[in-house]
Design a protein around this ligand. Structure first.
Ligand SMILES: [Zn+2]
Length: 127
């Protein structure tokens, strides 16, 4: 891939990274607030049992979101590393070039559309 293109995707990834970091920081804050809340409620434990149920559901959802965003962040960092190594934009599986259309939509993708479809097919079969 040309230097200019690499620069373009690096900017795209850095923008994406900033967005993900913001989400992670937001979730983190919510999570620690929730934890503080439940600690504060210990004395009123019995009357708050129902509330605690909702809290833990909420926390579970946020933990799940955090998990997903951390995975995104890892993918973005991996992509930035591939830009640095100049191996960016090549399918990790078959070695074909990934279409720019696809890279612009998902700049941290490691697979071309064909391999991605294959992977999804395999995953679906396992379910
Ligand atoms: Zn491929």
């Amino acid at each position: 891939m040309e230097r200019e293109q690499l620069d373009f995707y690096r900017d795209l990834l850095m923008g994406e990274r900033k967005k993900v970091m913001k989400i992670i920081e937001g979730i983190d804050e919510n999570l620690s607030n929730n934890i503080r809340d439940s600690v504060g409620n210990v004395s009123a434990y019995a009357t708050h049992l129902a509330d605690l149920g909702t809290d833990s559901d909420e926390r579970e959802k946020e933990t799940y979101m955090l998990d997903r965003e951390l995975r995104n962040l890892k993918n973005i960092d991996n992509a930035l590393k591939r830009i640095h190594d100049k191996t960016y934009g090549v399918c990790n599986y078959c070695g074909d070039e990934i279409l720019s259309q696809r890279l612009k939509a998902i700049p941290y993708t490691e697979l071309c559309i064909n391999c991605k479809r294959n992977e999804e097919r395999i995953n679906n079969n396992h379910r």
